[in-house]
Design a binder for this molecule. Structure first.
Ligand SMILES: Cc1cc2nc3c(=O)[nH]c(=O)nc-3n(C[C@H](O)[C@H](O)[C@H](O)COP(=O)(O)OP(=O)(O)OC[C@H]3O[C@@H](n4cnc5c(N)ncnc54)[C@H](O)[C@@H]3O)c2cc1C
Length: 355
């Protein structure tokens, strides 16, 4: 199989890049092993994403995701009270709480609708040779002129090309779902001595519940009884997520450490989304960043491919560095606001300066 651009990973970054390139008449192949049955975490999309979604003709696709409006955030951080941030003050208006699996599927549909070819499978190798890029999916070979790494934190293409990645202080999460027993669907964050809790209302009267901490604490709370006991010690989160309403399925665990690549493009490859730069979920910027870098990255690849103009690639690399710098200031400032537990390992680690 041959194409002009191969995209590895069909999350928000890969699908946005695929749609933009396919709409420009470029032959795109998008590869991912998709399991629509599995519930997915990562649901909060800020209203600031709206202009990009409009530009990509994606608003109607997002609206099909049965998402609910997120009117604001509540946070218990630096004190015991819940402090509200109302999105009525935000120039972009309210955000969304998405059915994340459905949202990603709708973006894949939008990429296919624009003309991208979606292959359900996993890329097992990527090499560059005189013909361009050669990749393998199952026993099929794909030849492309360019490859976009949209493989999220696995950074599959970048690691095949030997590019180093840098990681911030470790952050892991334990998460589950529960029945939503309140009409208030705003996101709620609560800091505790060993980390922080998060919950948000979701479509279909569901609620996500997550605890973020260092790996040692996550190991202890993987035992569901310990998780429930820690939940009951919270001041607010336990009221939003009563233990009785929590799913009986085992708790899920995943890494949520912020990280970034040494370089985000090469002769015939470019990284977008979390593959280029990933943020801690406290920022709620991950999907926004995936859409933004998918869009800007695809524009840079398009200029290099069609006009042999590599200037947008260089601008893209600089932009990623400036986003990383702004993120470091914002996330450090937020962690610094919590000064109740200066002796606790979690807060010592997360209040260190980030580079
Ligand atoms: C616990 C947690 C909570 C979060 N909450 C939020 C939130 O509320 N709001 C927010 O904006 N962000 C949140 N995020 C971050 C957000 O989910 C990510 O930033 C976003 O998914 C990045 O999109 P992406 O397209 O870059 O990568 P992903 O969505 O990770 O997609 C990458 C895709 O690549 C595929 N892939 C990987 N390797 C291969 C391969 N070899 N071949 C083919 N396919 C491959 C994977 O299957 C995957 O589908 C959260 C993250 C975590 C960990």
């Amino acid at each position: 199989m041959t194409c002009e651009v191969l995209i590895v990973g069909a999350g928000p970054a890969g699908t946005v890049a695929a749609r933009l390139l396919a709409l420009a008449g470029i032959k795109v192949v998008l590869v991912d092993r998709v399991n629509i049955e599995q519930q997915k975490i990562g649901e909060s999309l800020p209203g600031a994403a709206r202009p990009m979604l409009e530009r990509l003709g994606l608003v109607s696709w997002v609206e099909k995701s049965s998402s609910i409006v997120n009117k604001g955030n509540l946070s218990c951080w630096g004190g015991t009270q819940l402090v509200a941030t109302d999105f009525i003050r935000d120039p972009y208006g309210c955000g969304w709480h998405l059915d994340r699996q459905q949202f990603d599927q709708n973006l894949r549909d939008a990429a296919e609708d624009a003309g991208a070819l979606m292959i359900n499978g996993r890329i097992s190798s990527v090499v560059e040779n005189s013909d361009g890029i050669q990749a393998k999916v199952g026993d099929q070979s794909i030849t492309a002129q360019w490859v976009i790494d949209a493989s999220g934190n696995s950074r599959f293409v970048a690691s095949m090309f030997g590019v180093s990645k840098h990681r911030d202080v470790p952050l892991f999460t334990l998460y589950t779902w529960c029945k939503n027993s309140t009409v208030d669907t705003r996101s709620v964050v609560e800091a505790v001595p060993t980390g922080w809790w998060y919950t948000a209302g979701l479509p279909d009267e569901q609620r996500v519940l997550a605890f973020f901490s260092l790996p040692e604490q996550i190991k202890i709370l993987r035992d569901k009884d310990n998780f429930i006991s820690a939940l009951k010690e919270t001041i607010h989160i336990a009221n939003w997520c009563p233990a009785a309403g929590i799913s009986s399925s085992p708790l899920q665990v995943t890494e949520a450490t912020g990280s970034y690549l040494d370089k985000v493009f090469g002769a015939r490859w470019l990284a977008v989304g979390s593959a280029a730069l990933s943020f801690e979920p406290l920022s709620s910027q991950g999907i926004y960043n995936a859409i933004y870098t998918g869009l800007r990255g695809a524009e840079a690849v398009k200029a290099a491919l069609i006009d042999n103009d590599r200037s947008l690639l260089i601008q893209y690399g600089e932009r990623i560095k400036s986003i990383r710098a702004a993120y470091n200031i914002a996330i450090s400032g937020y962690y610094q606001q919590e000064q109740r537990w200066p002796e606790q390992p979690f807060w010592i680690e997360h209040q260190k300066e980030r580079l």
